[in-house]
Design a protein around this ligand. Structure first.
Ligand SMILES: [Cu+2]
Length: 192
């Protein structure tokens, strides 16, 4: 087998690996994506009665699957009821407390059945004599253990779990190496 054949075999292996990697990426992107939030990420509001998240698909409304937690600068929880799922929109009523930065932690079950979650922050700057709500030491809905995923905080575009992508890329890489080594061994064997 000539060097040219060996290069061709290697090119085929690279192509196959790329196809598998892209297939993995495709599976990950089948999740619903968070399209918009109200208030928007990084926005400053002077009053707020609800946090609304709108997704690219309709999340599944299984029991306890939908969680929205609104955490104040004092680390207390300011959602006042469990979130309401209405088509692609998930809304949670809130009564905000002290002025400052609030973090919204959310989790829904994507329409493809996979749980997705994320967080983002907004700022509360009440005007006049707004009454600060007392909030709650524990979330009204969902697990108290839900801790902020700090690496994706403040970025609504980073809400999908990337494990499927990495698994796809990993499989692609392993197959690529395997096929490459096989092609090389075959080429060597034929030569000998
Ligand atoms: Cu999915």
């Amino acid at each position: 087998m000539s060097a040219r054949h060996r290069i061709a075999a290697l090119a085929a292996a690279v192509g196959l690996g790329a196809v598998l990697a892209i297939a993995g990426t495709g599976a990950a992107s089948a999740h619903d994506a968070l399209e918009s939030t109200d208030p928007a990420s990084g926005a400053t509001v002077s009053s707020l009665s609800a946090v609304t998240l709108t997704f690219s698909g309709d999340p599944l409304g299984a029991d306890g699957a939908t969680v929205v937690q609104v955490i104040g600068p004092d680390k207390r929880y300011y959602e006042t009821a469990c979130p309401d799922l209405n088509g692609p929109a998930v809304a949670s009523p809130v009564a905000l407390g002290p002025a400052g930065d609030y973090e919204v932690l959310w989790r829904v079950v994507s329409s493809d059945g996979h749980p997705i979650s994320g967080s983002y922050a907004f700022t509360y700057a009440p005007t006049g004599s707004a009454t600060a709500a007392a909030g709650s030491a524990t979330p009204l809905c969902g697990p108290a253990a839900a801790s902020p995923p700090t690496d994706v905080a403040n970025d609504p575009n980073m809400q999908t779990d990337s494990s499927t992508l990495w698994i796809g890329l990993g499989i692609g890489a392993v197959v690529l190496i395997g096929v490459g080594v096989g092609a090389w061994a075959l080429a060597r064997g034929r030569k000998g």
